[in-house]
Unconditional design. Structure first.
Length: 208
């Protein structure tokens, strides 16, 4: 009983740490980018600066809400099976406020057999966009979501500085664990001289 209790505490600590890393990392990255842009434009375009600060306040409020739900024991995005395309579009609109160009394409009929697939796909997109802004210094991101009969594929490619020597941090390790838990595969890296690519393949089977 004591071992099970310690294991449960450790699992819950890891869950909260992972959720906070994802939510805080994404929210703070967007905020830092918006604030830097505001400092540059504050004298040249006060009206645009005001709009960016309003956007920053909205992003901060959304991030705070997600942090609260993470700590309370619920996933920040309690997605239903048919919501993933909508939620990714909403995520992208928030990220676009920083000035980055993001192209999102969907192929096939949206059909997801369990909400857990939606949650994993959303978190991959969020982490990829965060890393493109924070580490890759990217100006353009391409997101492609493909629905096939027995699997779902997600591609996130950017035009950033790339990374040859990948040192996996908490974010990438967390993504690998989530994808592995649903018997999917995750690959990532730099091909050519620039850019960073993430490719996830998830078997779309019913999970009890």
């Amino acid at each position: 009983m004591e071992y099970k209790e310690k294991l449960a505490i450790a699992n819950e600590r890891n869950r909260i740490s992972r959720e906070l890393h994802d939510t805080l990392g994404h929210t703070l990255t967007l905020l830092v980018t918006l604030i830097k842009s505001s400092r540059i434009n504050i004298k040249k375009d006060p009206e645009e600066t005001e709009n960016k600060l309003i956007q920053a306040a909205d992003i901060a409020s959304e991030g705070l809400k997600q942090i609260r739900t993470s700590i309370s024991g619920w996933l920040p995005e309690k997605l239903n099976s048919g919501q993933i395309t909508y939620e990714i579009r909403k995520l992208i609109e928030f990220a676009k406020d920083t000035g980055i160009d993001i192209d999102f394409s969907v192929y096939g009929k949206e059909r997801i057999n369990a909400p857990v697939y939606s949650e994993v796909l959303y978190k991959i997109c969020r982490e990829a966009i965060t890393n493109s802004l924070r580490h890759g210094k990217a100006t353009k991101i391409i997101v492609i979501l493909k629905f096939k009969q027995k699997e779902i594929q997600l591609f996130v490619n950017d035009d950033g500085i790339g990374c040859r020597n990948i040192k996996k941090g908490f974010g990438l390790i967390g993504l690998e664990e989530r994808v592995k838990d649903i018997n999917g595969t995750l690959s990532y890296g730099t091909s050519g001289n620039r850019g960073f690519n993430i490719h996830a393949k998830i078997p779309n089977k019913v999970i009890s």
